[in-house]
Design a protein around this ligand. Structure first.
Ligand code: IPM
Ligand code: MG
Length: 367
């Protein structure tokens, strides 16, 4: 029985970068027996314009029925005036929440060929391989009460609520410890226990979970501001970072830049067993460069690779795809965001073509 992957290109550069991932899927279907059936729908601003909601009920149903979802990106200045609950971002947040995709995995991997593309010194980022595990369905993104109220004296007050429960903290902690066991056995848990009660609870629950179930893994607690600083001072000290929704949003953007470009960071959002995974690049919709065929499609292609690995259990094809990305970079093929002296600057679609060429020559697939 074939499996379905729902494609949600979204806004801005989303359609261009997703189109390159679709080329890869079609190639793998034809030549490597991937067997994925593709469905398509709208999310974000495009869905708002077409259906009046950034994630229509019908689209959500399609998401539930799919085996996995590949998304591009959402958002753009043309929807700035729209109410929060109808904004493009609200569509993505609803999708995460409705499917209970609480674990967002964001691997920051520095490819050797891109060591010089990082804004940090090569010796600081060379060989870097860290995994950010971001809690994705709780915290200040969803906490109630929230709003903007009129105080009546010419003042307004904006407020959001950061909340975490024991079970929310423990289930994301468990994901991080489990993954660390397959990596370098180290977890750094980040919060602001020095100023926030929710951070104090986070630290206590992670400590208790570690004591009860994961004492073979090394655990360190770090304030999130210090983690931001340590990430650019000495990122090699980290293996797995586990943190809440908001700190994870910020720290993963920072980690992406260590790898050379925001255009290189993939992500997987996973829920309970049997829930379709959501795969998306960690970067945004980059409206300033949309429609110009210059965006970097690699974060989306690497997200597809995560889908193939985690949702379709074809680690062999994911390995081949990751290797093809590496070969393409080694050959000096670069989009503008990672361009360097002596390399060849290519468009979004040319990057996809170069990658397919390497994939078609893959020894792993021929074997
Ligand atoms: C991300 C993005 C989203 C977030 C936006 C688009 C809602 O920044 O996936 O990191 O804040 O989670
Ligand atoms: Mg973000």
């Amino acid at each position: 029985m074939s499996k379905t992957l729902l494609i949600l290109p979204g806004d801005g550069i989303g359609p261009e970068i997703v189109a390159e991932a679709v080329k890869v899927i079609e190639w793998l279907n034809e030549h490597a027996d991937l067997g994925l059936e593709l469905e398509h729908d709208l999310i974000g601003g495009q869905a708002y314009d077409e259906y009046g909601a950034p994630l229509a009920d019908g689209t959500l149903e399609k998401c539930r029925r799919a085996d996995a979802i590949l998304m591009g990106s959402v958002g753009g200045p043309q929807w700035d005036g729209v109410d929060y609950d109808k904004r493009p971002e609200a569509g993505l947040l609803r999708l995460r929440k409705e499917l209970d995709l609480f674990a967002n995995l964001r691997p920051a991997l520095v490819f050797d060929a891109l060591v010089d593309a990082s804004s940090l010194k090569p010796e600081i980022v060379k060989g870097l391989d860290i995994l950010i595990v971001r809690e994705l369905t709780g915290g200040v993104y969803f906490g109630e009460p929230r709003g903007i109220e009129d105080l009546g004296n010419g003042e307004r007050r904006g407020f959001n609520t950061q909340t975490y429960t024991t079970s929310e903290i423990r289930r994301i902690g468990r994901v991080a410890f489990d993954l660390a066991r397959k990596r370098n056995q180290r977890v750094t848990s980040c919060e602001k226990a020095n100023v926030m009660e929710s951070g104090k609870l986070w630290r206590e629950e992670i400590t208790e979970l570690h004591r009860a179930e994961f004492h073979d893994v090394e655990l360190e607690h770090m304030y999130a501001d210090n983690a931001a600083m340590q990430l650019c001072r000495n990122p090699h000290q980290f293996d797995v970072i586990v943190t809440d929704n908001l700190f994870g949003d910020i720290l993963s953007d920072e980690a992406a830049m260590l790898t050379g470009s925001l255009g290189m960071l993939p992500s997987a959002s996973l829920g309970a067993e049997g829930t379709p995974g959501l795969y998306e690049p960690a970067h945004g919709s980059a409206p300033d460069i949309a429609g110009q065929n210059i965006a970097n499609p690699l974060a989306t292609i690497l997200s597809l690779s995560m889908a193939i690995r985690y949702s379709f259990e074809r680690g062999d094809l994911a390995d081949a795809l990751d290797a093809a990305v590496q070969d393409t970079l080694n050959q000096g093929t670069r989009t503008g965001d990672i361009m360097a002296d002596g390399c060849t600057q290519v468009s979004t679609s040319e990057m996809g073509d170069a990658l397919l060429k390497n994939l078609s020559q893959s020894k792993a697939l021929a074997a």
